[in-house]
Write a protein that binds this ligand. Structure first.
Ligand SMILES: Cc1cc2nc3c(=O)[nH]c(=O)nc-3n(C[C@H](O)[C@H](O)[C@H](O)COP(=O)(O)OP(=O)(O)OC[C@H]3O[C@@H](n4cnc5c(N)ncnc54)[C@H](O)[C@@H]3O)c2cc1C
Length: 386
């Protein structure tokens, strides 16, 4: 099951080989220390894997989203956690699609060479949550700069990134025709911003995921850091979400296979009542059930990625892939935990770590209910529920 081949076998083999240098003990230790997997990320960047979607003219490998999802899947399938790095893939895409020639020339070669990290995107705010168009962080033009004030929450990898994409209101909500207008996105150079108008406060949380509260107090951003047209930032962010959701779906698929692999192995090895526990239908059927769900979710993930790469609309497939994969990986996590009995709780089996990690994807980057709302409204033509 774990050795099936597909069109991306070369990528799978190479990423697996790199990941094999970072075994369970490595990620267990990083998790216990609540540290960032610095060596692993450096190795990925040096090998060029995080530059997969950067065009060759800027020094990347020019692969599509499908290949990028395979890279993320393999990291999770090997027992790692792409949550430490996946921001680089989709944030780079936002810059690539909407940035000026000058911005691309300034940043992309450095990102491709593994010298520059664009791991962070700041959208969510404490008082508005999923209702993004109500964000209160403002960016006001003044003497060739934008001055930013406001607050963000749950902003990941800020302490391990050089650049961050920021969504802020540039025209007050009361002055726009449509609430989705009047927001803009910016490149924030974190190396300059932190301590100069930007304060970062880490949020300890369920998983070893570096995420933070951000406070903007007259942070000044040069005008040339505005990405694309002023006022169209929300659209740019939305355009990037399909890629993000498809990447996350692939990570969940990777987690799912990891859980199934561990559950199957243990069910074959563990002998109770003089027989392997996997001989009991009550043990093997839930594993089979979870495996079927992952395989099905995987089809939708490839469908979404292929449509994206063909430049076709893929919002429906990206949302549904994320929903199906996050659900399947969570079910596989539960089955794996149950199959291991008490040992599933022991840190040294890594199941409780992966269990915590995969749980996140029911909530972020978009919660399950909001996917239902999308499908109900946009695919089924039901009234908007919010
Ligand atoms: C570890 C972690 C990392 C994150 N990283 C980032 C990041 O890097 N950048 C970033 O910008 N954000 C990030 N987020 C934020 C994440 O995208 C949000 O948490 C998520 O979108 C949900 O928003 P919220 O937490 O404000 O929940 P809320 O919007 O407050 O919703 C709470 C609950 O109510 C439900 N709900 C709300 N409205 C409705 C409705 N109309 N109908 C039905 N149900 C509804 C939601 O589904 C959810 O279950 C991260 C979050 C976490 C936990």
């Amino acid at each position: 099951m774990m050795n099936q081949t597909d069109a991306h076998q070369d990528i799978r083999d190479a990423v697996r080989a790199l990941c094999s240098q970072f075994p369970d003990e490595y990620f267990r230790k990083v998790d216990a220390e609540r540290a960032y997997p610095e060596k692993f990320v450096d190795a990925l960047m040096e090998a060029g894997w995080l530059a997969a979607m950067i065009p060759e003219e800027y020094g990347g490998t020019g692969l599509g989203l499908t290949a990028a999802t395979v890279i993320m899947e393999e990291i999770n399938r090997s027992g790692g956690n792409s949550g430490a790095v996946h921001g680089q893939m989709y944030n780079m895409g936002t810059l690539l699609r909407n940035g000026s020639k000058a911005q691309k020339e300034k940043y992309l070669p450095g990102i491709a060479a593994g010298k520059l990290r664009i791991q962070s995107m700041a959208v969510t705010e404490p008082t508005t949550g999923t209702d993004t168009t109500k964000i209160k962080t403002t960016a006001v033009r003044k003497d060739g700069r934008f001055v930013v004030n406001g607050q963000k929450v749950w902003i990941s990898r800020v302490q391990h990134s050089d650049l961050m994409i920021l969504l802020a209101r540039t025209t007050p909500l009361a002055d726009v025709k449509k609430k989705s207008e009047g927001m803009s996105i910016f490149i924030v150079d974190l190396r300059e911003a932190i301590g100069n108008g930007l304060t970062v406060r880490p949020i300890p949380n369920l998983v070893n995921h570096e995420t933070n509260e951000l406070f903007f107090d007259n942070l000044e951003i040069p005008e040339e850091n505005l990405i694309g047209e002023e006022g169209r930032g929300f659209k740019y962010i939305l355009d990037g979400l399909n890629a993000e959701r498809t990447l996350i779906a692939a990570e969940c698929i990777g987690d799912g296979y990891w859980f199934i692999d561990r559950a199957t192995k243990y069910a074959n090895e563990r002998v109770v009542f003089d027989r392997p526990i996997g001989k009991n239908q009550g043990v093997q059927f839930p594993i089979a059930d979870a495996y079927i769900e992952i395989e099905a979710a995987n089809l939708m993930r490839f469908k979404a990625a292929e449509l994206f790469d063909a430049g076709q609309p893929c919002g429906a497939q990206a949302n549904m892939a994320k929903y199906l994969a996050a659900k399947a990986s969570w079910e596989a996590a539960n089955v794996c935990m149950q199959t291991h009995g008490g040992f599933g709780f022991a840190n040294e089996y890594d199941i409780e770590r992966k269990f915590r990690e995969t749980r996140l994807y029911q909530v972020a980057p978009i919660s399950t209910n909001l996917i239902f709302a999308y499908v109900a409204e946009h695919l089924l033509g039901l009234p908007r529920s919010y």
